[in-house]
Design a protein around this ligand. Structure first.
Ligand code: GAP
Length: 514
């Protein structure tokens, strides 16, 4: 685990050093849990968004996109339940003046017991070798059995308190389990309070004062309130979907793990409207389709798993997360929810407008049911970055840092390099750049030794390096170097376009899904 944490630290500094992600407002000491994407980060992020958008809108003729405003009428958030229930339980330590999520403090305490168990198991596994029986060991080793029973009891008490929304009990659990503030080390806790995660601001200035509006905490409501507009103007028949990519804002109490939990982030959401009674069939369909989308990137099928929700929100009748194995464990990247007709019905109630679908086959109107797929762009970005990063020991004793990014999302697709800065090689290299740049993000690089230039491109995940040498001037061939294998081969300049296209085009990725 400690080793994985080290790797994660390296990934975070690599992301900064190579222009992927910067701390926001860094020269003013930063703004917590807010990040900026640099010159390479923005390209990688745009490619991920393009992959999602095209997979939704090109591969499904019944899915269209929208781009709704971030500010919306405040009643929308009353109707959706966010004003009353989009809360986290918060607790302060009076000595350090630090604020925590009570549920996270308890989950961390549970994780600590899990760590102790794993430590004992690992020690025993080493001692017993191949004959080691984990299940038997956990049952019979007194110390481990004690840890397990403590853990299970704590977990049960915690989930009961969360389910009952019992804030006093959450505080009592913290006290009974001697959970201390990580900064002050004391148990001087305040009561637990609910904390609404929406950011508020004011719009307009009238004599009576301005209207309080919220920065949207999800993009989904922008889709729901446009359901009728899109259905009518696009003459959409059920089932159909509306997709949207956009910023969302949440005043997270505990924001950590880099861009995993941010206060300003981006979502890619799709609401799929279906006939009532067909929602569970479509829920299964979208579970499969979305996992296939992730797996097509080739980052390793074993890195994904579903996490089906046992406890469902009151309006949902099925929900699952697609989790990805980050260096800090399996974590949610995407949620797929069967939301029944809750949102549309709520907006009908609060707006007083009829929000239904007229079914020409049944000759009746009803409120469609909805399957939602919701993925965080930044979490997706993080999963791609983490799974691509490798410090590779080379045969010559050197190490190279390489990002094995899926080629279609790599920020730069090819770099063209003259072997030396003279004899007409730079001019020839520039000609190649000019022939490729309309279709691929292409860079020209003539600075430093060729080895250093290769390393620079490896570090940002460029799939191809093209080297122009003296032979190029004679026979119009170049050396093409493949990032992952480092193999080099001689190819004709006229063949470059097709060769690169086959590897880096989004089309080839989308074809895997069709
Ligand atoms: N409309 C449903 C919805 O918003 P959610 O599970 O709260 O559901 C969906 O969020 C996705 O948005 C998550 O799976 C995650 O990828 C991303 N997400 C949520 N909160 C985030 C945060 N604070 N920072 C980064 N990504 C976040």
């Amino acid at each position: 685990m400690a080793q994985q944490e080290d790797v994660f630290k390296k990934i975070v500094s690599h992301a900064k050093e190579y222009g992927f992600v910067f701390q926001s407002s860094e020269i003013y000491d930063g703004l917590a849990a807010v990040y900026d994407y640099g010159q390479n980060g923005v390209e990688l992020k745009n490619n991920i968004k393009r992959y999602w958008w095209d997979a939704m809108t090109l591969l499904h003729e019944n899915i269209v996109g929208i781009d709704s405003a971030i500010f919306m009428h405040p009643t929308i958030w009353k109707a959706s339940g966010h004003v009353d229930a989009f809360n986290d339980p918060l607790i302060d330590n009076r000595d350090s003046k630090k604020r925590y999520r009570a549920d996270v403090l308890i989950e961390d305490a549970i994780a600590k017991i899990d760590e102790k168990i794993e430590k004992e198991v690992a020690k025993a596994e080493k001692r017993f070798g191949e004959s080691f029986d984990r299940e038997m060991f956990c049952k019979t080793n007194a110390r481990v059995a004690e840890h397990i029973s403590k853990r299970d009891a704590l977990h049960q008490r915690y989930s009961d308190a969360m389910n009952a929304n019992d804030l006093d009990e959450l505080k009592q659990i913290i006290i009974d389990n001697d959970i201390v503030c990580p900064i002050s080390g004391t148990r001087n806790w305040t009561d637990v309070r609910q904390f609404n995660l929406m950011f508020k601001t004011e719009m307009g200035s009238t004599a009576d004062g301005a209207m309080t509006v919220y920065l949207r905490p999800e993009t989904a409501q922008g889709i729901f309130v446009n359901y009728l507009n899109v259905q009518k103007t696009g003459r959409m028949r059920l089932p159909f979907g509306i997709a949207q990519i956009g910023k969302a804002f949440r005043n997270e109490i505990v924001a950590r793990q880099f861009i995993f939990r941010m206060r300003e982030f981006e979502q890619m959401e799709m609401q799929f409207f279906v006939k009532p009674g067909e929602e569970l069939k479509w829920f299964e369909y979208w579970k499969q389709v979305r996992l296939a989308w992730h797996k097509a990137l080739g980052m390793g099928d074993q890195k994904y798993r579903y996490h089906d929700h046992e406890k469902l929100a009151h309006y949902a009748n099925a929900a699952t997360d697609i989790e990805f194995e980050m260096p800090f464990g399996f974590k949610e990247v995407e949620g797929i929810h069967s939301r029944t007709n809750f949102d549309l019905s709520q907006h009908e109630k609060y707006s007083g407008k009829k929000i239904q679908y007229f079914d020409p086959e049944k000759n009746e109107s009803y409120t469609p049911y909805v399957i939602e797929t919701s993925i965080g762009v930044d979490r997706m970005f993080l999963s791609v970055l983490c799974s691509s990063y490798e410090e590779q020991a080379l045969e010559n004793g050197e190490t190279r840092v390489v990002l094995h990014l899926p080629a279609p999302v790599a920020p730069v697709k090819c770099a063209v390099m003259p072997l030396v800065k003279k004899d007409g090689l730079p001019e020839k290299a520039r000609q190649i750049v000019d022939s490729l740049k309309f279709d691929f993000a292409t860079r020209y690089d003539e600075k430093d030794s060729i080895g250093k230039r290769y390393r620079r491109q490896d570090a940002i995940g460029t799939p191809f390096c093209i080297t122009v040498d003296h032979q190029t001037l004679e026979d119009n061939t170049v050396t093409i170097r493949h990032r992952d294998s480092m193999e080099q081969s001689r190819v004709k300049i006229e063949d470059l376009h097709e060769l690169i296209h086959n590897e880096v085009s989004l089309t080839s990725l989308l074809r895997k899904l069709a």
